[in-house]
Ligand binder design. Sequence first.
Ligand code: ZN
Length: 398
Amino acid sequence: MKTFIRMSLMREKEAINEHLSEFTGVILDAHILETFQNASSGYISNNKLRYILDPNTYRLAIDPIIDCTDKRWYDRIIQNFKIQDLINDQGLLDTTLLRDHKRLERFVIDILRYQEDRISNLSGDIESWLFLLEESNEDENQKPYCVIPPYFIIDSEELLDLNIEAINLSLDKSELPIYANIPIYYDNLFNENVINHIIKRYIETDADGFLLWVTDYNEVKERSISLQCYQSLFKEMKELAGSQREVINLFGGFFSTILASKNIYDGLAHGIGISESRNPYGLGGPAPTLYYVPILHRMLTSERADDLILTVKSRCSCPVCSSKMPSELKTMELVRHILNVKMIEQREIEPLSMDEIIAKLDQDYEMIYRSAGDTRTQRTFMAYSQQLKEWVNSLKVL
Ligand SMILES: [Zn+2]
């Protein structure tokens, strides 16, 4: 399976460095690149990382952006996407203007060029200095893993049409593989007809690969009936895409890692802490200080994590946690711990069969339940570990 790390803050670089050889590349959102221009472009160039630069065009067309217009990335994005004439009085990208074929075509080209050249251009100043010191090769300019045509959240047939049209227009406009970002609106996940229709439209395009995103999907909170819809979506998509076209899940946690390890799809992007799901209508904000509990495969507050670890006697085996309890870890240690555990999880489940994985999840659930001495503790621990049961019930019917 391919593994991508989603970068959201530049302070994560050190933690990512410890695992460079274990993942395929990084995913960087355009607004993150524009917020930390030099740090992020320099990091990718200097380490020669494979990367996907997600243009996140949907972000410019939905309401919460209004509260973001004072952020430093907003003006840089408008300027570098060359979309001044698509922005309305409220500062939003007016998608109705893209009904004009010529205008859409130009928009598509600008968005593809941005992804192809932006990292190289931003690190160009540094490179031109290096050029004086040693021979530099033009071909070494780092190109992304793939390019993504502009896209918007599919909450209407009109926006689905627009996304498909943008893919079709991009096909002969880049030397790089064209990967379609498919943002599935959460409610649509449960409507089989709508899902089949959306999948069919994308499969019929000549896109080279697909990046799937079920909006605001938090696999830790979902019931097994919902998880079954989720796993079916990916299974269906991969079966129709065939072996030549990759299907990558853009947001997911441990449940999604299990699906990827059993080749339900080709790759998964891990967030670090907060980005295991994404609500496009949310405003975001600083990550709360949480500890990823390995046996639960989910985040808890550090105090609750301390409590659970002491009771269940299941400590994390990663170097960060060897001599400290969760509540003693500093922010960067929490980040390093998360990545350590993600990589350990992946290594551990890859050789296991699905039956073995299911048995292990069942075993952990029972162990947590038995460890809780009294009924009250049991109730609390069950609230933390319910997702293990939901995952088991869903995976059993895969
Ligand atoms: Zn740890």
